[in-house]
Design a binder for this molecule. Structure first.
Ligand code: ATP
Length: 358
């Protein structure tokens, strides 16, 4: 099967490593996100895939062929990869059609073949009506789509996208996310998408590579990253959640309501394991809220007392910060607000135990 493989890839700038021993197999045709905070090595990884950076260690293979190793690499223009930058990098003096056709002209493609391929690429990004416009007369989202069409026109095996939505406002980001999804479905190309925005990665990608300080810390589907993050660092980077420290628990296991209640009431020894509790796994028992939960709740459900430290209205729900008698804090959601300073009861329905990141 045709895959893009990074094998123990490192990149050093002087003494400091931007990327360390990165091994990844990116399945053909998948939408893959490289996700991590600023400075974790995402862009450097993308630039090594594109051929803009040399490798200090390791190899990159595409479809079984070596693309790069230290001291040798296939030039960017021979990799059959498309790249879309944050800045779009459109030629300001060329029309939409000429910008899109540029890579074809560069390869000596002319005539009917040229016209047809430009037309097809513009059709995929739904810009057929704007072929003669200049880039400065387009909206941010339209420019983005021209950049996508331009990288698509050469029918690349792999499309590399570096924070393509970073400069757009929230509404445009949502509609562009939809364009990326469609673009991926129509082309079937392998997409490698760099972002520091976890919600963007979660909503778009088939698989996410989470990077931290130049290293791969987890490779997983969005669902399993959310439900079973490996470390406490990943858990707090992906989605909302609280981390409590419980004694006598192995890492990487799911904890039931009974286990969570018993453990969170236990005296606190020095040996504890971080346990992730997502807000949707905290049931709040508010005095007037019986109607919200009666269909799920059982009389035997174990409850803990917690003090309400903060309650913030978020539109569709309230976000409630709580403190347990052990001193640990939790974040829960509820449709109804609650008075700050009051003591309420809650049940912990489910938890996931983590490794502690060094
Ligand atoms: N040309 C360079 N020379 C020296 N250091 C560099 C160079 N390029 C990147 N770095 C360093 O390598 C590390 C990783 O940078 P990189 O741009 O890959 O991170 P990133 O995850 O893409 O960050 P961001 O989201 O802020 O773009 C950073 O510490 C950065 O300062």
């Amino acid at each position: 099967m045709a895959e893009l493989i990074l094998n123990q890839v490192s990149k050093y700038y002087g003494q400091s490593a931007a990327v360390k021993q990165l091994s990844l197999t990116l399945p053909e045709g998948e939408f893959i996100a490289l996700l991590g905070p600023s400075g974790c090595g995402k862009t450097t990884t993308l630039r090594m895939l594109a051929g803009f950076e040399t490798l200090s260690e390791g190899q990159i293979h595409l479809n079984g062929n070596c693309l790069a190793r230290p001291g040798w690499q296939v030039p960017t223009e021979s990799r059959n990869m498309g790249m879309v930058f944050q800045s779009y990098a459109l030629w300001p003096h060329m029309s939409v059609a000429d910008n899109v056709g540029y890579p074809l002209r560069h390869r000596g493609i002319r005539g009917q073949d040229y016209q047809q391929r430009v037309k097809d690429a513009l059709q995929i990004v739904q810009l057929e009506g704007l072929t003669q416009r200049m880039p400065q007369d387009l909206s941010g989202g339209q420019r983005q789509r021209v950049a996508l069409a331009r990288c698509l026109v050469t029918d690349p095996d792999v499309v590399l996208l570096d924070e393509p939505l970073a400069n757009l406002d929230r509404h445009l980001r949502a509609s562009m996310e939809e364009s990326f999804r469609e673009f991926h479905q129509r082309t079937g190309a392998t997409l490698v998408y760099v972002t520091h925005d976890q919600s963007e990665a979660m909503s778009l990608a088939d698989h996410i590579a989470v990077m931290h300080q130049g290293e791969l810390v987890q490779w997983a589907t969005p669902e399993s990253l959310y439900q079973t993050p490996r470390t406490d660092w990943i858990a707090s980077f992906i989605g909302q959640g609280s981390i409590v420290h419980l004694p006598g628990v192995k890492s990487g296991v799911s904890l039931s309501q009974t286990e969570l209640t018993q453990l969170s009431q236990a005296a606190h020894p020095s040996q504890t394991t971080p346990v992730l509790i997502r807000p949707e796994h905290i049931r709040l028992h508010l005095p007037d809220a019986a109607q919200h939960h009666t269909q799920y709740e059982t009389q035997s459900e174990s409850r803990l007392d917690a003090k309400v430290e903060r309650c913030v209205f978020r539109g569709e729900r309230h976000e409630i910060q709580l403190r347990l008698p052990t001193g640990e804090s939790l974040t829960g959601y509820h449709p109804q607000g609650v008075t700050e300073g009051s003591v309420i009861q809650l049940s912990l329905l489910q938890g996931w135990s983590l490794e502690s990141a060094a």
